[in-house]
Each structure stands twice: as structure tokens, then as C-alpha cells.
Ligand binder design. Structure first.
Ligand SMILES: *Cc1c(COP(=O)(O)O)cnc(C)c1O
Length: 432
């Protein structure tokens, strides 16, 4: 039922897919000059080792001992064979899932927050700032910074700060300082705050506040939880472990599935396998990104340069985008409400190595309940998007009598999202 690796089998290197890309990535552009962003500009926000990883062309990047030590608090994570789910669906397909819900913050996000905290620490940084919506990323960064003696300041969208106290308390438990955004602490926040001290806020405003703080405060840098190349790099530990575990199980996946918000958990699982498709070794492998209908970046967005944030402070990034001022309806999979996607994922999608599908909330929660009632774990609403696609494929296999092998990423658990489950079970969830 479960394929486990021992602690000494934890991968010692991250995998960088860049050398295998079918064509080079377009660089981020500085909107002021119209030229590729200079490293100096990036160094105002990120420490040098992170900037190096962001542009690295090397296939393998060593994972520092200190990072491995923190990883080993919960890694390697198990790969599960979802036999109960298979039996429930009466499918001949074999369903596997990688269980990233077992980290202390409850998702894949600490795979990168721990690495980022470490690299900032060795670069002499004393404080990290970031933004958080529902609190997944803020709690992962608060968790990580304490191991390296860094302070962590999290700008949390005020509406979530008021409505979702549990993740705020979790951040504070791990020593994070949580500021409801918009706040009077920054110029970006002050104008909204002074207009209305109870301003509900938005992720866009929170990003602006966090970046402004990093740029204007000594010894302070900013940290981002998805989208960028170095974040995807850190997440490949998921796929590297999974590859070893699938080999132990004696299977190679026909389908790999992940939910896509900014693309990091999806890429983390898929990229080490996708290498085999890019080299022509596994031409039949199908890699599928799943997104919400409410925020259909890959399935309905345009492939062009756009800002990474709402306000327009970041460089222009070549990606699929719904427009940086796109405001998705408030769905419960908060982690998937991003107007763009990782440039690496977008390039591979554009070149046809990845496909994408979008689902509505109710069908996603229906799948989540089936999973909770067969496999036991209550999935995060984000992860439930991957569950839904896995179930759909397994049912197609049943119709055709095919024994395909399906692998998906269970990127997190949903124990802080039980309100959303209650809303669904009462039949009150809007079908967006
Ligand atoms: C943040 C989050 C996501 C979406 O982010 P990606 O960068 O696309 O992985 C998905 N699942 C969970 C559980 C999350 O917390």
C-alpha cells in the first residue's frame, strides 16, 4: 500500500530541467528599460545563491547538508498505492500518489522555504518578508526561518487574517510576525489603510508591501513560494523520490498529474519524469496540469509577457496569463488563484509536452470526498484538483479495460479547510 524510502535514501541533489528544454527560456524583462533584468536588480530582493539558481544551466544542484537535516524531519515522504480508491472505482488502473501532506506545515511548500531560509542565512540576511493568502506559504516560511535564526514577516491579506485565524496562529507559533495587509507599515499599504483601516486587501497589495519592506529595510530580503525557477528546482525532490519509489513498485507511470497554482508542486513531481519524455526515452508519457475553471491560466490564458504581481512591481515574465489585473472569483482552493504560471511549465505546455484541464469547484470537492472516504486523508482543496483528474482517468481506463498507471501529487492536506468541506456537504458551494 505504501512504498517508503529510508532516511539515507533522501536525494542529495535537486534536478534542473533547463538543459533539456526544447528551446531556451525567454528572460524576464525590466519594464523600465525593456531589456532583460540585470542581476543587480534581482540581488536587491534575493540573495546571491538564489539568483544563481534562478539562472542555472546545470542539470544537478547539490542540496546542502543543513537543508537535508531539516528535510529529514519529514522526508522522504511515502508513495501510496491507492488500492481502496481503485477498488471503490472498480478500475483496472493502478493509482499512486505522492504524499506531500506530511510536512509539519501540511504541504509541499517547505521543500523550498527551508532551502530559501538556508541560502538567505548564509548570505547574512536577518529577516525575510513575504505575502500569504490563506496562510499556506506564510506558515511554511515561518516554519523554515526558525531553523536558521531568521525573522519572518508575513503580510497576510486582511480578509483571510480575520476569517482564517488558525493558520495565523500556526505562523505565530513558529515565530512568524503576521501583519494584516494593507498595513500602515509601507507606502504601498498606507494609502489603502488610511482610506479604510478595515480594507479587505488582496494578494497583489500584500506582495507590494512585502517587496517594499525587503527593499527598504536593512538585512532584509523577500521570499516567493512558487513560479520562479529556483522554487521549482527545490520541489524536484518530490519527483526524484517518486521515481525511485515507482521503480521499487515495478511500474513507470503512464500519466502524471498535479494541481497548478504557480506550478511548483506539479513541476516538482513531473520534471524528473518529464526528462525521459524530452530525451525521447518515454515518448508516451502524459503529464497533466489541473487548474480551477475559476482561474484557467493554461487552458484559457494568453502566452505573453506580463507582470507577476497585480500592482506591476515585478519584472515582466513570459508566461500564460489571464492578465495581471485579473481577479478570480473567491474559490476555496486559494493556492490556485494566480493569474500566471511558472515560465518553465508554460514553455513546456506551449511546446506540447504538458497538457492541461480545468474543473469547477463542486466536481473537485466531490472527488475530494471520495478520496477522504476511501484513502482516509482529507486533501487540500488545491490537491483535490489532481485527485479529480486521477479519478476521471481511472474511470476512462475502466470503460476501455486498460491497466494504465496513474501517479498524482497529493500536495497537501485539508485540515485547515474544513469550513470549505462543510459548505460543500451542505450543498452551499457555488459551482464556479
Ligand atoms: C500553494 C499550494 C498549491 C499551489 O501552488 P503550486 O506552486 O502550484 O504548487 C497546491 N497545493 C497546495 C496544498 C498548496 O499549498
Amino acid at each position: 500500500m505504501k512504498i517508503t524510502l529510508s532516511e539515507n535514501q533522501i536525494p542529495k541533489r535537486w534536478f534542473n530541467i533547463v538543459p533539456y528544454l526544447p528551446r531556451p527560456l525567454e528572460p524576464p524583462i525590466d519594464p523600465q528599460t525593456g531589456e532583460p533584468v540585470s542581476p543587480e536588480k534581482l540581488l536587491a530582493i534575493f540573495p546571491e545563491p538564489i539568483v544563481e539558481q534562478e539562472v542555472s544551466q546545470e542539470e544537478w544542484v547539490d542540496i546542502p547538508e543543513e537543508v537535508l537535516k531539516v528535510y529529514s524531519l519529514w522526508r522522504p515522504t511515502p508513495l501510496h498505492r491507492a488500492k481502496n480508491l481503485e477498488e471503490f472505482l472498480q478500475t483496472p488502473a493502478k493509482i499512486f500518489y505522492k504524499n506531500e501532506s506530511l510536512s509539519p506545515p501540511g504541504s509541499h511548500k517547505p521543500n523550498t522555504s527551508v532551502a530559501q531560509a538556508y541560502y538567505n542565512r548564509i548570505s547574512g540576511v536577518k529577516r525575510l518578508t513575504t505575502e500569504t493568502g490563506a496562510g499556506q506559504w506564510g506558515s511554511s516560511l515561518s516554519f523554515a526561518t526558525q531553523f536558521f535564526g531568521l525573522e519572518c514577516e508575513v503580510f497576510m491579506v486582511r480578509v483571510s487574517y480575520n476569517q482564517k485565524p488558525f493558520r495565523r496562529i500556526l505562523m505565530e507559533t513558529w515565530g512568524g510576525k503576521v501583519v494584516p495587509s494593507p498595513s500602515p507599515l509601507t507606502q504601498s499599504g498606507r494609502k489603502f489603510y488610511e482610506e479604510n483601516p478595515e480594507h479587505p486587501g488582496s494578494l497583489g497589495i500584500a506582495i507590494s508591501e512585502a517587496i517594499e519592506r525587503a527593499v527598504t529595510t536593512p538585512d532584509t530580503k523577500y521570499s516567493l513560494g512558487s513560479v520562479l525557477n529556483h522554487v521549482l528546482l527545490h520541489q524536484t525532490i518530490i519527483g526524484l523520490e517518486s521515481k525511485a519509489q515507482m521503480e521499487m513498485a515495478g511500474y513507470y507511470p503512464d500519466y502524471i498529474i498535479g494541481a497548478v497554482g504557480g506550478g511548483s508542486n506539479f513541476a516538482g513531481l513531473a520534471f524528473p519524469f518529464l526528462k525521459d519524455k524530452l530525451t525521447g526515452e518515454k515518448p508516451e508519457l502524459q503529464v497533466i496540469a489541473v487548474e480551477p475553471k475559476a482561474c484557467p491560466t493554461l487552458t484559457e490564458g494568453e502566452y505573453r509577457y506580463d507582470y507577476g504581481d497585480t500592482v506591476g512591481l515585478t519584472p515582466l515574465i513570459k508566461m500564460y496569463t489571464l492578465g495581471h489585473d485579473f481577479v478570480p472569483p473567491p474559490i476555496h482552493a486559494g493556492g490556485l488563484r494566480y493569474h500566471g504560471d511558472a515560465p518553465l511549465v508554460c514553455l513546456l505546455y506551449h511546446e506540447g509536452y504538458i497538457s492541461a484541464v480545468a474543473y469547477k469547484q463542486r466536481e473537485v470537492f466531490e472527488a475530494a470526498l471520495i478520496f477522504a472516504r476511501t484513502e482516509g486523508i482529507v486533501p487540500a482543496p488545491e490537491s483535490a484538483h489532481a485527485v479529480k483528474k486521477a479519478i476521471d482517468l481511472a474511470l476512462e481506463c475502466k470503460k476501455r479495460g486498460e491497466e494504465k498507471v496513474i501517479l498524482f501529487n497529493l500536495s497537501g492536506h485539508g485540515y485547515f479547510d474544513l469550513k470549505a468541506y462543510e459548505t460543500y456537504m451542505r450543498g452551499e458551494l457555488p459551482d464556479t
